[in-house]
Each structure stands twice: as C-alpha cells, then as structure tokens.
Design a protein around this ligand. Sequence first.
Ligand code: ZN
Ligand code: ZN
Length: 210
Amino acid sequence: EGIAPPKRILFPPEKICMVWQQRQRAGAGLCNVGNTCFLNSVLQCLTYTPPLANYLLSREHSRACHQQGFCMMCIMEAHVNKVLHSPVSAILPLAVLKVFRRIGEHFQPGREEDAHDFLCCTVNAMQRACLSANNDLDLSSQSTTIVYQIFGGFLRSRVTCFSCEAISDSYEAFLDVPLDIKAASSLTAALEEFVTPEHLDGDNCFKCDK
Ligand SMILES: [Zn+2]
Ligand SMILES: [Zn+2]
C-alpha cells in the first residue's frame, strides 16, 4: 500500500525466527575499558535480540560474505558467537572496539558517547553490510535485508483535510522509532502516543490544494 513491491528479496521473511532457536544461558558480561558502558549496553541489547542472534549464531552471514575489509555483520557475528559461547564471566568486546570509529566517524575513543546514537550507527552499519554487494537497489528491495526486517519499517504520515476530507500520505523509511519514554507508563503507551493523530493549525496548517 503506497510503496512499490520489492524487485528483489534479499532475505526471505519466513526464515526469520523470532524465538531462540537454541536454548541459551546468559552469555558473558562485557568489561568496561573506560567510558564504554554506552557501547556495552547496546551490544548486549543486540546480542539478546533473538531474530538477530539466531541468524548470527548460524554463521550464515560470514559463509556467504565477500566484503573486503570492514563488515559490521561479520563483526557482530563474531561478537555474538563469542559472548554466547564464552566459558568466562566477562570478556572485552575487542572486535567492536577495533572498528568503533568506522561505526560512526564522530565517535571519540575514551569519550562517553550517546547509547542511542551508537545503536542507530551500529544498526545502520549492519544494514550497509547487508547491502554491500547490491549497490543500485530500489528502496523497497533495500528493505528486504534481515536487518531492515528486524529493525526497520516505513512510517506513514497521513494528513486529512477537515473541509474536503482529501487524504495526503507520505512515507519515510526508518531503522529506529524515537519514542518519548519519560512521559509514558509503558512501551505500548509510548507507541500509542507516537501515533496519536494531531490537529494541525496555525503555522503547521496543511494547505489543501483542492
Ligand atoms: Zn560480512
Ligand atoms: Zn481540502
């Protein structure tokens, strides 16, 4: 609806498994090497995202990856396998620390960075890695990577004119949804607040061309 169907399917949606495929005990913790708690917390969230972890544990990515040099999916695959198979209680996330500046050029080693910013940059880097061999894909096909299917989507903004009821839709691709969690009592409430219709007036008023 409103978005052209993809010309190519990069990852078949039926292969995405939302529940753990193998029983997992909690994996290793991550050592802080100085102001890296923002990085560790993001890595832990991603490691315990079952559809992503299932895929990375299968090592399907690296078996087919032809990327020369930096590939965030190869890095995450190595990290998740290390964390979830480690016999020790805490490890250094060395593979990720090594490519820290490639994940986001603005990141400064030793500086406390913003966890949300780091998450967005990491998910974006994973998405770029999934697309690496497919440079000239339409937007719709780009949304068929495993990363996009787990984290992404399309936001539809719909404006309805009160005088003639004309509808105008616009779509925007996203890999994260910014929610106001301070004001909300639950995630569901925050999502409901995010999609609550607004009455546009004043400077925001929609100029209907009909
Ligand atoms: Zn790779
Ligand atoms: Zn109108």
